[in-house]
Write a protein that binds this ligand. Sequence first.
Ligand SMILES: Cc1ncc(COP(=O)(O)O)c(C=O)c1O
Length: 437
Amino acid sequence: MNTATPIQSVSGLPLPLSRAVRDAAPQPFSELVDLQFDRPGLISLAAGLVDYDTLPGAGIAPLVADLLADADSAKAALQYGPTVGFPAFRQQLYDHLAALDNASPGDYPGTPDDLVVTTGSQELLNLIGDSLLDRGDIVIAGWPSYFVYMTALTTFGATIRGVDLDEHGLVPEKLDRLLSGLYAAGQMRRVKFVYVVSYHQNPTGITLSTGRRRQLFDIVRHYSEKSGQRILIVEDAAYRELTYEGDPPASIKSLDTENQYVALCQTFSKPFSPGLKTGYGLLPAGLVDPVKLCKDGRDFGSSNFNQHVISRAMTAGVYDEQVGVLRKAYAQKINAALEALGEHLGGVDGITWTVPTGGLYVWLTLPESIDTGRQGPLFERALDEGVLYVPGDYCYPNDPTRETPKHLIRLAVGVPNTEQIQEGVARLGKAVRQALD
Ligand SMILES: Cc1ncc(COP(=O)(O)O)c(C=O)c1O
């Protein structure tokens, strides 16, 4: 799947690295970050970072000043907090999730006790892996998927099985077929969860449709009951609040009225500030304690100070205001990317792209004859033109039963401004047209 250099021994006596590290696939994006710094003038349509110009410094500054000006609140925020987050914040987040699903807190799956706060949603995803996965266990994920987590899963020794997406998200019939095959092969004990990025997916920008949410939920419940153990849905809703206009579909979690099957993971990184690195999740019955146990042994709690800052931002309306600002900013940026794609690659045979309704990503499909990979001719050509993209093959999990497609590209609009996006797409268009000649 990826071509970055694996971890190697250095000179001197060997360092006896863990099996987890030896088996881990390298994270390919670190090389892309290096490339960006090595080449001034390069426009990065690769970086998953958020927009710089809208970061909410001005909104947060008075909240931090107030927090520290009062002796009691300063002490509360500067001390360690509970491992899973301070109780009033967990309640606030639970209420927030209910509100996003247009439900009243009294009528929503689980309780605030099922909610955990973590160091970004990445930590939560990894804690779920810690809690559920033994070597050889199976995780089912979108094909393609959020590549950082896919690579992280390799450290758990998990086998990943990919399920195709179409324009409505993960295809339920394909999930059903895969689970049916695993059941017939006596593999169900190994199947631990289905990982779904349910809104404006990284890398495709695709949102799982309302109907598909119900189908996915029913399939997972069906095979759980059939095999006598729960298969979970890990619903990663990192980009949920960055829907440009109107309300996105209700979460898969909202269907989980008995709080049995869905771990809903969200983050403040994308809709507010990644520097605060705070994520949270509403977990199904039985998962909070194992996650807490793992977190107790790792860091016994995420930044308490940051939680207090975010809590104040939510209460003061600063959070909602920022979400509104970002929705507008990203809508403009995505429009700039889509218009530029139309201008520079529109009407070319075999070239299509997704039209996201939120988030940061556009997924570009090129004719199969064009290898977009790191070692392929297009990548170097694009670098020579001065634009960086994420090769699509980085986004496919390492499913031993499938061959990775090589003709796709992830474009991200987080960092560049609209002019840079237009210029970046123009450069990419030039490189693609050269590759087609
Ligand atoms: C789909 C998805 N999930 C989770 C994360 C993790 O973000 P964080 O740990 O900052 O919450 C990211 C970051 O890019 C992401 O794209």
